[in-house]
Design a protein around this ligand. Structure first.
Ligand code: HEM
Ligand SMILES: *[C@@H]1O[C@H](CO)[C@@H](O)[C@H](O)[C@H]1NC(C)=O
Ligand SMILES: *[C@@H]1O[C@H](CO)[C@@H](O)[C@H](O)[C@H]1NC(C)=O
Length: 486
């Protein structure tokens, strides 16, 4: 009896030891990159999500780069992952999209963004959706949108200048949400009683957090937020269905039209998931970038001065100083684009780009087993002192005369290859036009906050509070285009 128990125990211990051994030494017919798989099941997930206040490469990645080199293995949220900080492997991964690698995000992401979001769609469906999105946010569309972007920025700035203090992250997110929601679903966030944006707020906090779905966790709130937002989007689409005559020429119309076509591959569920991703991707990322840009400019009077000169020159060159911004003027904002590049380089808003290996892959003597995830790590590229001198310093001038083809391997804030961010141009327009209105007519002072934390996603835990005034000199000379929209 007693011996039987010992025997059973020995078997259990044996199985567990074997299992732990397998966990730490995954099967692979070849040479895995060095690294540790961490604790069974948990892997190194907790270390990965540890917050840090520095703009530098996260300690998780930095320590392992030092120990193992530019390519190493780990385990995150229950998945074996190869982390790449190697420019050649990054490039290879981007180029092989759809062949050797496929877009893949952890299950938690799929949970949050819906089963059918653009990020995880493949092949034909993917191309189809991408074209839909490019139609909305491509250069042709943006040229038409320019006056609206300018009006919105000017109007918001005017409103902020009447307040004692504003929180930049929240306010810029509101501004951009207003614009995209109008564009996508003709949703007027200023006059609508339902607050769609609000249901996105709890959502954001939990987005890049530890995936534990029990009440009280950020992740749980995040899923609840998604549910709420999806319900509202569904209602809005339903509403539109019942009054199909009132064409708004927005994304909803496009979707409804598509849904009615015979043999269409679009479903309502896909359309709603996509809407959710787009609304979220547009305002959260761009508002983080704008807030960080304002923080950097507050701390760098030289850069602010140069930026202001560029925009004042644009106005000086006009026949009528009050006329609206043209596409040609927008395209001429050289220093502004340097500021934007430098901001997104340091922002590293997307700290990891995930793919899945479709087949076993050999690279630089290492084997990546089929089915493993690969995480391309943009911060390691953007903060590499060999490519960017003094990498933690905000220095827009470093972009002067930088060769584009060199830059593409060394700059992946918007991803790369086929999956390059479709919102890149939209983001640049938003940021440049906002900065134009800001520096030509206003000055501001930081009051409190502005500290950043990475978990590893960029966050402003206590916001960035500023006071903003209309510039005395400019008063009366340039007036704000109000267009009677208020
Ligand atoms: C500062 C702002 C932004 C940053 C840093 C950013 C970053 C990125 C990155 C790194 C990717 C590639 C993801 C991957 O390869 O898996 C991506 C994809 C994407 N972005 Fe953005 N983005 C920004 C703004 C926007 C905006 C404004 C929109 C919407 C209008 C948007 C919509 C998308 C979509 C739909 C994809 C998926 C494209 C695909 O899978 O082919 N992004 N973004
Ligand atoms: C952040 O990481 C650095 C090492 O890279 C470490 O010295 C510091 O203590 C960490 N903690 C915080 C709170 O930033
Ligand atoms: C910003 O970065 C992109 C991508 O590398 C590059 O093509 C562009 O020329 C850069 N812009 C400026 C103004 O340096």
């Amino acid at each position: 009896m007693w011996l039987g128990h010992v025997g059973a125990l020995a078997v259990v211990v044996g199985v567990v030891v074997c299992w732990i051994y397998r966990w730490r030494n995954p099967r692979c017919d070849g040479k895995l990159p060095p690294g540790s798989m961490g604790l069974p099941l948990l892997g190194e997930t907790l270390q990965f999500f540890t917050p840090n206040t520095s703009h530098d490469i996260s300690p998780f990645v930095k320590e392992r780069m030092k120990k193992y080199g530019p390519i190493f293995r780990t385990s995150l949220v229950g998945r074996p992952v190869i982390v790449s900080t190697d420019p050649d492997l990054n490039y290879f991964v981007f180029q092989q999209e759809g062949h050797l690698f496929q877009s893949w995000y952890p299950d938690t992401f799929t949970e949050i963004f819906g089963q059918q979001n653009v990020g995880s769609l493949h092949g034909f469906m993917y191309k189809y959706l991408k074209n839909m999105v490019l139609n909305l946010f491509g250069p042709v569309s943006l040229q038409k949108m320019l006056p609206e972007v300018e009006n919105t920025a000017c109007r918001r700035l005017q409103q902020w200048s009447c307040q004692d203090m504003i929180e930049v992250k929240e306010e810029t997110a509101n501004m951009i949400f207003h614009l995209t929601a109008k564009k996508l679903i003709s949703y007027d966030s200023e006059s609508s009683s339902e607050n769609l944006r609000k249901s996105f707020i709890s959502f954001i906090r939990g987005l890049i957090s530890f995936p534990l779905d029990i009440p009280g966790t950020a992740y749980h709130d995040c899923l609840q937020g998604r549910k709420k937002a999806m319900r509202k989007l569904k209602n809005l689409l339903q509403e539109r269905r019942t009054m199909p005559k009132k064409q708004q020429n927005d994304f909803f119309d496009y979707v409804l039209e598509e849904l009615q076509k015979e043999g269409t591959i679009l479903t309502e569920a896909i359309a709603l998931d996509l809407m959710f991703v787009l609304l979220f991707a547009s305002f959260e990322t761009t508002s983080l970038a704008l807030t960080l840009a304002m923080k950097f400019l507050s701390d760098n009077p030289m850069a602010l001065k140069r930026l202001t000169e560029e925009h004042e020159a644009i106005i000086r060159k006009r026949e009528d100083a009050d006329s609206a911004l043209t596409w040609k003027e927008y395209k001429s904002m050289t220093f502004t684009f340097q500021v934007i590049n430098e901001t997104v380089r340091l922002a590293n808003i997307v700290p990891g780009i995930f793919r899945k290996a479709l087949r076993q892959i050999q690279f630089k003597g290492y084997t990546i087993p089929a089915g493993w995830a690969v995480m391309v790590c943009p911060p390691a590229v953007h903060l590499n002192p060999a490519k960017y001198e003094d990498p933690l310093t905000f220095n827009p001038w470093r972009w002067e005369g930088m060769e584009v083809h060199v830059a593409s391997k060394q700059f992946m804030a918007f991803g790369g290859g086929m999956r390059f961010c479709v919102g890149t141009d939209f983001t640049k327009v938003q940021m440049a036009v906002f900065l134009h209105c800001l520096v030509t007519r206003y000055r501001w002072q930081a009051i409190k906050g502005g500290n950043t934390v990475r978990t590893p996603g960029l966050q402003f835990p206590d916001g960035f509070h500023i006071q903003i005034w209309e510039k005395e000199l400019q008063k009366g000379k340039i007036h704000v285009h109000l267009d009677g929209q208020t």
